[in-house]
Design a protein around this ligand. Structure first.
Ligand code: GLA
Length: 375
C-alpha cells in the first residue's frame, strides 16, 4: 500500500527545571508553534531518499548498508532508521522524506529532538508499527546518545510527543509521571531572545555535567549508605551536609540540581495559583544557579538576563536549554513587549555587534500526523 503523510514535529520551551532531566527530576516544558515538517511516502525499490529543504542537502541509503555517516545531519536519519529496524526489529518499507523547518538550529529549543521524534513518529505511522510514545522517547534518546553524541535526558522528546495546546507539562523525568499545567500567564507572555551564539565545546561541557552529576550521586550513596536512584531524590535539606563530602565543583553541581528540582515543583504550584511574581523570581534564581554553580551560561545570556532586571514589567528571565548560547526565556507584560524587544535588540547589538532574534511563541500540541494519500 502506498501512503503519503505529513508530520509536524514542534520545538519546545522549558519554563524552569534546567539540567534536571538526566538527574531524574522535574521539568516544566511545553511544545511550541515552531516546528520541523516532513513529507514522507513509501516508494518502490531498495533506496530511501532524504532531502532537507532547510539546509539544501540530499542523500540516499539502503537498509542493507546503514552505517554512521561523516555528514553529521545524516546521522539523525540513519540512527532513527537503524534503531527501528535493528533494535526494535521492525520491517519498514523504502521511503522518500522531504524535510523543512522553522526551528532555528542551536537556539536551545530542541531542533535535534524535533527532527528525530518527527521522523520516528512518521515512519511508525506509515508502516503501521505498534510502538508507543514511551518507546519512541527511548528510540530518540538512543539516537542522541549514540549517533549525535549528546548524553541528554528525556525532556525534549517527551514534550515533543506529548505536548498539548496551552498546557505546560510537569514531568517527573525518572518515573515519567506527568500532569498538564495551564500555561496561562494572564497579562504576561513568554518571549524568547535568541543570542544567535552557540559556543563550541557545548556538547563536551554538557556531557561533562552529566558525568559530574553521576559522580556526585555515587559519592552520596557511598557516604550516606543510601540508595538514591537519582540525584533529585536527595532532599534540599541535606544539601548543606554534602559540602563535607563533595569537592567544591561537584558540590556546586549537585546543590544546583537538587535546588532546581525543588524550584520547578514550586514554580508549577505558583503557576497554578497565578502567583506570577513568585514564578518570575524563581526564574531569576534558576539563572543564577546555572551561571554560578552549574557554569553553563555565557556572557551573552547573562547580559540579556541582567538587562531585564530593572524593568518592573518583566517578572523573570533565565537562560533556557543546555546553555553556552541559545535563548533566554522571559516573562514579560504584554503591553511592554514591543518596547522590551526594541531595547533588548539595541543594547545587545551595541554590546556584542550581533543581531538578537526575538521569538514569540505559543504553546501547542505535540507531533501531529496527517494522511495525505493512500492507494
Ligand atoms: C538539552 C537536552 C535536554 C536537557 C536540557 C537542559 O536541551 O537535550 O535533555 O538536559 O538540555 O535542561
Amino acid at each position: 500500500m502506498n501512503r503519503k503523510i505529513k508530520v509536524e514535529s514542534p520545538g519546545r520551551i522549558n519554563l524552569i527545571g534546567e539540567h534536571v532531566d538526566y538527574n531524574g527530576g522535574s521539568v516544566l516544558p511545553g511544545a511550541i508553534d515552531k516546528k520541523v515538517e516532513f513529507l514522507i511516502e513509501n516508494i518502490e525499490g531498495n533506496k530511501c531518499i532524504i532531502e532537507s529543504r532547510t539546509i539544501n542537502k540530499k542523500f540516499e541509503f539502503e537498509f542493507s548498508n546503514l552505517k554512521k555517516s561523516n555528514e553529521h545531519w545524516e546521522n539523525y536519519i540513519i540512527g532513527t532508521v537503524n534503531n527501528l529496524i535493528n533494535k526494535k526489529k521492525q520491517t519498514i518499507s523504502s521511503f522518500k522524506c522531504v524535510i523543512k523547518s522553522s526551528l532555528p538550529i542551536g537556539a536551545g529549543i530542541s531542533s535535534s529532538s524535533a527532527l528525530i521524534s518527527g521522523l520516528a513518529s512518521g515512519l511508525i505511522e506509515i508502516n503501521n508499527l505498534q510502538i508507543d510514545k514511551n518507546e519512541i522517547v527511548d528510540i530518540v534518546s538512543d539516537v542522541e546518545h549514540n549517533y549525535i553524541g549528546l548524553k541528554g535526558g528525556i525532556m525534549d522528546q517527551f514534550t515533543i510527543l506529548n505536548g498539548k495546546k496551552n498546557k505546560l507539562i510537569q514531568l517527573e523525568c525518572y518515573s515519567r509521571n506527568f500532569n498538564y499545567v495551564n500555561a496561562d500567564f494572564n497579562d504576561f507572555q513568554i518571549i524568547l531572545l535568541n543570542t544567535n551564539v552557540e559556543h563550541n565545546l557545548a556538547d563536551t561541557a554538557y556531557n561533562d555535567r552529566v558525568e559530574e552529576c553521576n559522580n556526585a550521586l555515587k559519592i552520596i550513596n557511598n557516604k550516606f549508605n543510601n540508595n538514591y536512584s537519582t540525584l533529585c531524590d536527595v532532599s534540599p535539606h541535606l544539601v548543606s551536609e554534602l559540602k563535607n563530602i563533595l569537592e567544591t565543583k561537584i558540590y556546586n553541581r549537585a546543590s544546583f540540581v537538587i535546588n532546581e528540582n525543588q524550584r520547578t515543583c514550586d514554580a508549577a504550584k505558583k503557576l497554578n495559583e497565578s502567583k506570577f511574581y513568585d514564578l518570575g523570581s524563581l526564574m531569576y534564581k534558576s539563572h543564577s544557579g546555572l551561571k554560578d554553580l552549574y557554569e553553563v551560561s555565557c556572557d551573552e545570556l547573562d547580559f540579556l538576563v541582567d538587562l531585564t532586571k530593572p524593568f518592573e514589567k518583566i517578572l523573570g528571565a533565565r537562560m533556557m536549554g543546555g546553555g553556552f548560547g541559545g535563548c533566554t526565556i522571559n516573562l514579560v507584560e504584554k503591553s511592554f513587549k514591543n518596547e522590551f524587544i526594541e531595547k533588548a535588540c539595541k543594547s545587545y547589538k551595541d554590546k556584542f555587534r550581533i543581531d538578537l532574534t526575538p521569538i514569540e511563541i505559543t504553546i501547542c500540541d505535540g507531533v501531529k500526523i496527517k494522511n495525505l494519500q493512500t492507494d
